[in-house]
Design a protein around this ligand. Structure first.
Ligand SMILES: CC(C)(COP(=O)(O)OP(=O)(O)OC[C@H]1O[C@@H](n2cnc3c(N)ncnc32)[C@H](O)[C@@H]1OP(=O)(O)O)[C@@H](O)C(=O)NCCC(=O)NCCS
Length: 168
């Protein structure tokens, strides 16, 4: 496998589970299970049709998990995360590329809103905005300033209020 081999983006398959977990351990370290977004994902299937990886040959160099979710009783949301990019491939646009590939599929499937807990300065480039404090809650501690939303359908954020939980 040479460094110049092309990077491809594809949907996640079951066989990706072990290498993705290895990438997470490398990128996030041991604190990763304490994050509030993990509480939402707990017990949900490892993958959904909207999860993505970027691969160079057989090597997974970036991964994105997307979990269908409800907010309050409202369906049509997805929880984004974890997004992880191998440090050897950072700052080359792969994070953004797999997110945007997933958003195209998510919107085509009728999803309306993507939520995450993360850094606004990074995610604002992909159209995320801060959710007004108190409008949406996560099960477990989440800094309200880090609860972000990206509308796949313009104007829907106001329809989503309450606690985030996996849609199952
Ligand atoms: C954050 C992360 C996903 C970015 O992936 P990436 O493929 O390197 O990102 P992109 O190439 O799409 O974007 C790179 C740009 O984002 C910026 N950036 C990266 N992390 C940032 C952050 N936390 N805040 C603000 N900007 C950030 C980079 O400086 C770079 O800026 P530039 O284009 O002006 O040079 C990756 O670095 C990573 O896996 N980090 C550790 C895990 C993590 O924090 N994941 C996100 C939370 S789930």
């Amino acid at each position: 496998m040479s460094e110049t081999d092309e990077i491809a983006v594809r949907a996640v398959v079951a066989a990706d589970e072990v290498p993705i977990k290895r990438l997470h351990a490398l990128v996030f370290g041991p604190g990763r299970f304490a994050r509030s977004a993990y509480r939402v994902r707990e017990g949900t299937p490892f993958t959904s049709p909207f999860c993505r990886v970027a691969v160079q040959g057989d090597r997974i160099i970036a991964s994105l998990r997307m979990t269908p979710a409800r907010v309050g009783g409202q369906p049509g949301a997805l929880l984004l995360g974890p997004l992880a990019v191998d440090t050897a491939f950072a700052n080359k646009g792969y994070g953004r590329r797999i997110v945007e590939d997933s958003f195209a599929a998510s919107a085509a499937a009728g999803f309306k809103l993507v939520l995450l807990v993360g850094d606004l300065p990074y995610y604002s480039r992909m159209g995320f905005i801060a959710v007004p404090p108190g409008q949406i809650q996560f099960p477990g501690p989440a800094n309200p300033a880090r609860i972000l939303a990206r509308e796949l359908v313009p104007g829907v954020l106001g329809d989503y209020r309450g606690l985030v939980f996996a849609a199952g």
